[in-house]
Every structure is written in structure tokens, then in C-alpha cells.
Design a protein around this ligand. Structure first.
Ligand code: PLP
Length: 384
């Protein structure tokens, strides 16, 4: 016999009556996210399928293979973490750092500091090598720090989104081999847009994001780990301290066993597959050239308007340009004016560059000559 249960009255105090979502059209020329390719948005809008559906399992393999292409790596542990770039950043550290390991972090911007903070939370002995925000590290500086600190891991940011600097990578991997440490590289603002050759550069661990060079919305954090990092993971004396990001567990789902780990964000991976498919269709070399050409046109145009760029040309990132705010201009007011009057987002400075620079991103789908022209016209007509 069914029992009737008396339920308490539903509390209505938080119930809000809303209209269906309506978002404004914005052009995102900030540090990310940048606009997603409409084809990627269409893929995201498809009806979900089961995360153990044979068709989905096939799609996972396709995503992994195209991530290997995009990173130029053969690493078998290559997969999109469910989470943003920071989740994948955390995955590189949680899987390899054991308490007491020395992690040497090269800090020349905001994201180097984040790496150092995270490594400390895994009880690493964190050592820093620092440079002013806007400069890169030389091989001699890196080698001196490797000799001084003898780290288990050297962590570097390839594309520092807070400064617009691209760290030169020639010879860094050889140094890490010579001094017997793993090389961890943040490729959040370079993957798919700036040349990255993980295996040739002898990078052992890397991570990225979906929302910049890959033209997808935020939500996935591509992750990759090479054989030397796998060895360090296998030799751990204790469990990986983060269950969600433990690659050995994840690999039971992403590898051949196909064992449930967590419910995959299937639609995000539909989008990722489409984004990577489009990138492969264009060809990496062409995508890199496109970013370089459009960035060069932007740099030349801004300089011809009398604006000064924060980073010397040889170190400039094609994806993210840092512009010095001219004396007497209220940088924040100008950004808000572009957003409110023109629907255009550019970024402000972070940390020691707050109030001093604007950050202009031309990433993935947004890196086009038309967008360069639009930005230059606005800087010409709207700057006070
Ligand atoms: N590393 C760099 C260089 C970044 O620019 C960002 C974000 O912009 C991150 C890491 C963190 O990624 P997310 O914000 O997707 O977590």
C-alpha cells in the first residue's frame, strides 16, 4: 500500500522568473575566451550521446589523435581534461610532483606565479627564477638556475598571456635532459596558433585550453604527458593526491579499457572534435602563418598610430599583443567605451602591468585581416 508522505512547503524565496537567455554579440579581442567558430557552436548544440556509446568512444580517439597533431607529439597520454586550462595545468603537477620534489618555475608573468602556487599546494619545494614582465629567459639563465636548484621539474610558460611574450624554446629541452629534469610547458595561448613542436623540443608535460587558438568555448583543458613523465608517475611512492585528474585512472577510460571514470562532457568534446578537424583542414602551418601575418599587420598599424608596444618584436606573441596605454589616457574607460559602444572586448593589464597596458588577442577564428582593420579603425577614431 502506497504511503502518503507529507512534504514541507517549497520555499519560493529564491525562485526567480527569467526570460530565456539572450546574450549580446561581442567580438572578443581580449586575452580569451575568443569567439568560437560557428561550426564549433553547431557541433556543441547537437544532442548528447552516451559517454560509453561506441560512436563516442570513436570520437574520443579522433580528438586524441588530432591533439597529438596539433601539439606535434606522439605521447599516448594525450587527452582533453574536463575543466579549463587550469585543470589541465593542475593535472601536469598533481600526477608528477611528490612532496619534497624541487619544482623550478620560470616566472615572467602572471601564469608562472599560478604554476608556482599550484606546485606548492602539492608540497613541492618550489624555487623561482624571475624576470621582469615583458622579457623572456635565456638558455644561460635557465642553465644557471638548473645547476643551482637541481629540480625534478622545470616549468615554463611558452606564451605568457599577461605580457605577450613568447618564450624561445630552442635548446631548453636539451638542457633539461643534461640536468636530468622534466620539462613542463604551458601552451595555453600558443596551441593551434603559434608553432609548437613538443617532441622536438623534448617537452615532457604540457597543457592548453579550448578557448583560444582552438576556436572553441572554454571548458576543456588539453593535457599531454611523455614517456619520461610517465616513468615518474609510475615510480610514485604514494597515490596521485587528486582523484579527478589522476591520469592512470583517466587512462582506463581514454585508453583501451573504456572503464567509466566520470561522465564526460560529451558536447564539449563534440565541439573540440570540430575545432580540431577545422584546424587540421586548414593545416597547422597555414594557421600559424595566418596568426603571424594578422599580428604583424596589427603591430604595424598600432605603431603607425603612434602607440608603443610593450614587447620587443623578436619576442612578441602573434596571439596576444600588449599595447602601452598612452600618458593621459584612462585605459579602463577606453576598454569600457569599446565594449559598451561597439561590442568589442579588449583586455587590461594584470599584476604589475595593471593600468599600464591593453591586451589585444587575435586568436583562432578571430585572427582575420578584417578584424585587424576593424581594431585599427577603432583605435584611430575612438582613442581620446
Ligand atoms: N595559462 C595561461 C598562459 C593562460 O593564459 C591561462 C588563461 O588564460 C591559463 C593558464 C589558465 O587557463 P583557464 O583560464 O582556461 O583555466
Amino acid at each position: 500500500m502506497a504511503t502518503t508522505q507529507t512534504l514541507p512547503q517549497v520555499d519560493q524565496s529564491h525562485k526567480t522568473v527569467l526570460e530565456p537567455i539572450a546574450t549580446p554579440t561581442r567580438l572578443l579581442f581580449g586575452p580569451g575566451p575568443s569567439n568560437a567558430d560557428p561550426k564549433v557552436l553547431q557541433a556543441l548544440a547537437r544532442s548528447p550521446i552516451g559517454h560509453l556509446d561506441p560512436l563516442y568512444l570513436e570520437l574520443m580517439g579522433e580528438v586524441q589523435e588530432l591533439l597529438r597533431y596539433t601539439w606535434q607529439t606522439d605521447n599516448r597520454f594525450t587527452l582533453p581534461m574536463s575543466g579549463t586550462g587550469s585543470a589541465a595545468m593542475e593535472a601536469t603537477l598533481t600526477n608528477t610532483v611528490e612532496p619534497g620534489d624541487t619544482v623550478l618555475v620560470a616566472v615572467n608573468g602572471y601564469f608562472g606565479n599560478r604554476l608556482a602556487d599550484m606546485a606548492g599546494r602539492y608540497r613541492a619545494n618550489v624555487q623561482l627564477i624571475e624576470k621582469p614582465w615583458g622579457e623572456a629567459f635565456s638558455l644561460a639563465e635557465l642553465e644557471a638556475a638548473l645547476i643551482e636548484h637541481r629540480p625534478a621539474i622545470l616549468a615554463l610558460v611558452h606564451a605568457e598571456t599577461s605580457t605577450g611574450v613568447c618564450q624561445p624554446m630552442d635548446g631548453v629541452g636539451d638542457l633539461c635532459h643534461k640536468h636530468d629534469c622534466l620539462l613542463l610547458l604551458d601552451t595555453v595561448t600558443s596551441l593551434g596558433a603559434v608553432p609548437v613542436f613538443l617532441d622536438q623540443w623534448k617537452v615532457d608535460l604540457s597543457y592548453s585550453c579550448s578557448q583560444k587558438g582552438l576556436s572553441c568555448p572554454p571548458g576543456l583543458g588539453p593535457f599531454t604527458m611523455g614517456p619520461r613523465a610517465e616513468e615518474k608517475l609510475s615510480a610514485r611512492s604514494g597515490k596521485v593526491p587528486n582523484w579527478y585528474l589522476d591520469v592512470s585512472l583517466l587512462n582506463q577510460y581514454w585508453g583501451s579499457d573504456r572503464v567509466y571514470h566520470h561522465t564526460a562532457p560529451v558536447n564539449m568534446n563534440f565541439g573540440m572534435r570540430e575545432a580540431l578537424r577545422l584546424l587540421a583542414d586548414e593545416g597547422l602551418e597555414n594557421a600559424w602563418d595566418r596568426h603571424r601575418c594578422n599580428a604583424e599587420a596589427l603591430w604595424a598599424g598600432l605603431e603607425s598610430l603612434g602607440l608603443e608596444l610593450h614587447v620587443p618584436e623578436a619576442l612578441r606573441l602573434p596571439t596576444l599583443t600588449t599595447v602601452c596605454i598612452p600618458n593621459g589616457v584612462d585605459g579602463n574607460a577606453f576598454r569600457l567605451h569599446l565594449l559598451n559602444e561597439h561590442g568589442i572586448e579588449i583586455g587590461g593589464g594584470l599584476g604589475s602591468l595593471a593600468g599600464k597596458i591593453w591586451r589585444i588577442g587575435l586568436m583562432g577564428y578571430n585572427s582575420t585581416p578584417k578584424n585587424v582593420e576593424l581594431l585599427l579603425n577603432l583605435f584611430e577614431s575612438e582613442l581620446p
